[in-house]
Structure formats: structure tokens, C-alpha cells
Write a protein that binds this ligand. Structure first.
Ligand SMILES: NC(=O)c1ccc[n+]([C@@H]2O[C@H](COP(=O)([O-])OP(=O)(O)OC[C@H]3O[C@@H](n4cnc5c(N)ncnc54)[C@H](OP(=O)(O)O)[C@@H]3O)[C@@H](O)[C@H]2O)c1
Length: 234
């Protein structure tokens, strides 16, 4: 796909990996809308990078439908959905509270489903479109304290495979990108400190991977890509 003049929607584009992807797509000539719940951070990012802000919570059905409509109203089209919005609660099983579990699934699973459903209705009608789900290496294997977050990313990987099976016949490509640790605000939002080091992944590394996958000719696609830091130092 030639990214010039394509329309991309990046959920959770106000921060971290989503912001990095939005910036890279803008630099490639795409028109980009970004979402987030926090209006002031969303507006600050949008004006800093030149994206269109849509304040919305992916886990709310009405917000998901409104987001796609606002993008269509603004740009007249949608070519790419980046399902990036995500958060995590990390606790041992015996301390995991129902609210934290449900919040994690609401954004990472229900939110991704709602956004993909709205986008896919548009893509099927046009017989083209790309959906990129931002999973995690947590999509691939379990770990201690992973009851909510890891399970939600397994579910996202499962939905990715289901959507791919359904949507290929409509010329819609569905990708999964699994970053390992990336230095963003994710840890702070989840209540832990990420130790920064120059050897660790940055949002632009994930953005580079996403851009490369999208730019491949539409006759083919790379279904899943996992990105590790070569030699991360803690
Ligand atoms: N950082 C890592 O090490 C890492 C590794 C693997 C995978 N990932 C995945 O990468 C994605 C991006 O994470 P990040 O590291 O860039 O984290 P981040 O810097 O905390 O960014 C998360 C973004 O998602 C938005 N968001 C969260 N919940 C939302 C909701 N319900 N509706 C709409 N927007 C929502 C946030 O904005 P608001 O809070 O204002 O809504 C923010 O823009 C996530 O899916 C995460 O699981 C991260």
C-alpha cells in the first residue's frame, strides 16, 4: 500500500506507541486521526504532530461509532485502523480485583472489538482496508501477575485470527504486532516504574514495523510480527 493520502485512525494516539505510529504515518503522507480519553493530552498531541483529535473511550459502543463517523466526516474515508489503545492492571491472581480485571478487558478486548466492528463495516462496503492490532509479547505466553493484561492480549490475538479468517475475502488485511517492552507512559499508568536505557525499544521502532507491514503491496501481508530489543539492559 502506498501510504500517501491514505486515512488512518490510531486509537490511543495521544501517547507512546500510538503517538509514534501516528507521527510515522503522517510523515509518510497519510492523514491521521487519533483518539484518547484525556482531552487536554489528546489536543496537545494532535496539535504538536498535525493529527485530527477525536476524544473517545474505545470501550464505549457509542464512542466507537462516533469516532468512525467523525473520521468519515472529516476525511471522507478510512483506510487503516490501528487498534492501539491499551492499559493494564498487574496483580497476583489472589489479589486481582474484579474492577481492575474488567477495566483491562474493557479497553484491550471490548474496545478493540468495537472499533474493529465499526471500521470493518466500512471496509467491507469498500472491499478494502487494513486493521493493525497492537498486541504484546504478553499475547504469546503467560507470566506471573498477568491474569488481566496477558489474558486480554491473548484474547486480542484470538480475535485477530478470527477477523482475518472472516475478512480476507473482502480484501481486508488484519495484522498483529507484538512489542516487547517499549519506553512509554504505560508503566506509570499501570502503577510501576519502567527502567529506561538506550538499549530499550522506543515507540518509533514499533511505528517502523507497522509502516513496513502496511507498505507491502496489498496482494500480500505479514500476519504477525513480534519486536524485541536486541540486548535490553535493565
Ligand atoms: N509500553 C510497552 O512496553 C508495551 C509493550 C507491548 C505492548 N504495548 C501495548 O501498546 C499499546 C500502547 O501502549 P503505550 O505503551 O503506548 O501506553 P501509553 O503511553 O500509556 O498510551 C496508551 C494510550 O491509550 C489511550 N487509552 C487507554 N485507554 C483508553 C480507552 N479506554 N479509550 C481510548 N484510549 C485509551 C491513552 O490515552 P487516555 O488515557 O487519555 O485514554 C493513551 O493515548 C497498548 O495496547 C499496550 O498494551 C505496550
Amino acid at each position: 500500500m502506498d501510504l500517501r493520502n491514505k486515512v488512518a485512525l490510531v486509537t490511543g494516539g495521544s501517547s507512546g506507541i500510538g503517538r509514534g505510529i501516528a507521527e510515522t504515518l503522517l510523515a509518510s503522507g497519510s492523514r491521521v486521526a487519533i483518539t484518547g480519553r484525556n482531552q487536554s493530552r489528546l489536543n496537545a498531541t494532535a496539535s504538536a504532530i498535525g493529527a485530527h483529535p477525536v476524544q473517545a473511550d474505545v470501550s464505549r459502543q457509542t464512542d466507537a461509532a462516533r469516532t468512525i463517523q467523525e473520521v468519515l466526516d472529516k476525511f471522507g474515508n478510512l483506510d487503516i485502523l490501528i487498534n492501539n489503545a491499551g492499559s493494564g492492571v498487574f496483580k497476583p491472581l489472589v489479589e486481582m480485583d474484579l474492577d481492575g480485571f474488567q477495566r483491562t478487558f474493557a479497553t484491550n478486548v471490548t474496545g478493540a472489538f468495537l472499533m474493529a466492528r465499526e471500521a470493518a463495516r466500512h471496509f467491507i462496503a469498500r472491499k478494502q482496508g487494513d486493521i493493525v492490532n497492537i498486541g504484546s509479547t504478553a499475547s504469546l505466553r503467560g507470566a506471573a501477575n498477568g491474569t488481566a493484561y496477558y489474558a486480554s492480549k491473548f484474547a486480542l490475538r484470538g480475535m485477530t485470527e478470527c477477523w482475518r479468517a472472516e475478512l480476507r475475502k473482502h480484501n481486508i488485511r488484519v495484522f498483529l504486532v507484538n512489542p516487547s517492552e517499549v519506553i512509554t507512559s504505560f508503566g506509570t499508568a499501570a502503577g510501576f516504574q519502567q527502567k529506561d536505557h538506550p538499549s530499550k525499544l522506543r515507540p518509533e521502532d514499533i511505528a517502523h514495523a507497522v509502516k513496513s507491514m502496511l507498505e507491502m503491496n496489498d496482494r500480500g501481508f505479514v500476519p504477525e510480527l513480534t519486536v524485541f530489543a536486541t540486548n535490553p539492559v535493565d
